[in-house]
Design a protein around this ligand. Structure first.
Ligand code: HSE
Length: 418
């Protein structure tokens, strides 16, 4: 695409993001981009744009030769995949925000981009206003990217902030997140961690060249976090956040998961409140870097779509450098996690699965323990998501090897010191 080529856009969806983009484009005439048609599902709905802009026939966009860019910002991941496939095959560039669809079809989407030579950009699909994907793709060399820890879901962060800083009930906080346009139309996707998981699968591709599907990654959301957990966090001077993590392991591969975690006051993620997201990167020589910005909402998400559109004008494509030009990484589940578990009845917790348990608090109605467990044991079971049991990672939770610690613990036990 030449530098000054006019972008003629066909857009699918006119919800929170679509309407946001429509407004944002009106305020950025310098981009030379205009929306020619918008395809919507429900024509009866009142919308803040002229009627002639809308159609319900997808071919009015996909078959229109003048339209050179398809922006896909719909909610239905199955329909979104069909739209993106057809658009790329019809030689159109595509910008999408459908994280679920992208995460579930990464390999096919990579193949399609190679086959068609067309650009497929999706900066808005993860962390909305934070330019995370392009940075991971462009800036960090594979060998130097030691770890990433991130808050990638705005709604859950909003709910945690409202519940624990402002004493709002869960339902009220969720309702507010819905009203403000942060939550998915099925908010279970946010609350139970699916949305964060999908975004994490996308991050793993651009950060480490790992092509995986969300079902391969250990995860949960904030659904079981209990008031007493918040009290424990408060007493420790910590916060609870839903944190997505990936770490290069000394033994090879990358450990990755999405789980709630206690974060200490010196962790930059503890400053991330409400619908904001944050990404902490540890890399060779640069040490720690922190990206911060709004992770949900109409304009913050539209701003990332806008940036993709702008990038299309100079022919930008993801090169998937970590995958095609480096030695791609693999997920490695052979790690141990330091966890806190709170529960009402110990019979729901298989304590024999733990490598060791460091603390027991059994006096209160709500009991808790802290200990170390293999990630694989969590992956192969569901007890830690059931019966209202709440599992929260301790700060700095990854242990690569436990042998030495086990021996040390044993010798202390023998010496009668434990
Ligand atoms: N429901 C998503 C969130 C929207 O809360 O982060 C932005 O992807």
């Amino acid at each position: 695409m030449s530098k000054h080529r006019q972008l003629v856009i066909g857009m699918f969806g006119f919800g929170v993001v679509g309407e946001g983009l429509y407004k944002v484009l009106k305020q950025t005439p310098s981009l030379s981009a205009s929306i020619k048609k918008v395809c919507i599902k429900n024509p009866g709905k009142k919308r803040n744009a002229p009627d002639e802009l809308f159609t319900t026939d997808k071919n009015d966009l996909l078959e229109d030769k003048e339209i050179n860019v398809i922006v896909e910002v719909i909610d239905d991941s199955v329909a979104a995949f069909e739209i993106v496939k057809t658009a790329l095959k019809n030689k159109k560039e595509v910008v999408s925000s459908s994280k679920k669809m992208i995460a579930e079809h990464l390999q096919e989407l990579l193949d399609l981009q190679q086959k068609t030579g067309k650009s497929f950009l999706y900066e808005s699909s993860a962390c909305a206003s934070i330019p995370a994907i392009r940075n991971l793709e462009e800036y960090y060399d594979n060998d130097l990217l030691h770890s990433i820890r991130a808050i990638v879901n705005g709604s859950t962060n909003f709910i945690l902030t409202k519940m624990f800083d402002e004493n709002l009930g869960f339902k009220e906080a969720l309702l507010l997140a819905q009203q403000l346009g942060f939550a998915e139309s099925n908010p279970t996707l946010d609350v139970e961690g699916f949305d964060a998981l999908n975004k994490w699968a996308i991050f793993l591709c651009h950060a480490y060249g790992i092509i995986t599907t969300p079902d391969q990654i250990l995860f949960t959301g904030i659904q079981n976090i209990h008031k007493s957990d918040a009290a424990v966090a408060k007493a420790r001077g910590q916060q609870i956040r839903l944190v997505a993590q990936a770490k290069k392991l000394t033994g090879g591969g990358v450990g990755a998961f999405v789980l709630p975690q206690f974060v200490t006051a010196d962790n930059p993620l503890s400053f991330v409140k409400n619908e904001y997201n944050g990404v902490v990167i540890e890399s060779g020589f640069a040490d720690q870097q922190f990206f911060y910005g709004k992770g949900a909402g109409s304009f913050p998400t539209a701003s990332a779509v806008l940036s993709d559109l702008s990038a299309l004008r100079y022919g930008y494509k993801y090169e998937y450098k970590k995958l095609y030009h480096h030695e791609p990484n693999q997920l490695n589940d052979d790690i141990y996690l330091k966890v806190y578990v709170s529960f009402s009845d110990v019979k729901n917790v298989p304590t024999e699965d733990f490598e060791w348990i460091e603390q027991w608090h059994a006096q209160e109605d709500r009991k808790y323990l802290s200990g170390v467990i293999a990630l694989q044991k969590l992956k192969n079971s569901t007890w830690w998501k059931e019966n209202g049991t709440s599992l929260i990672l301790e700060p700095d939770p990854i242990l690569e090897s436990i042998e030495e610690r086990k021996l040390r613990k044993k010798s202390l036990e023998l010496a009668g010191l434990l």
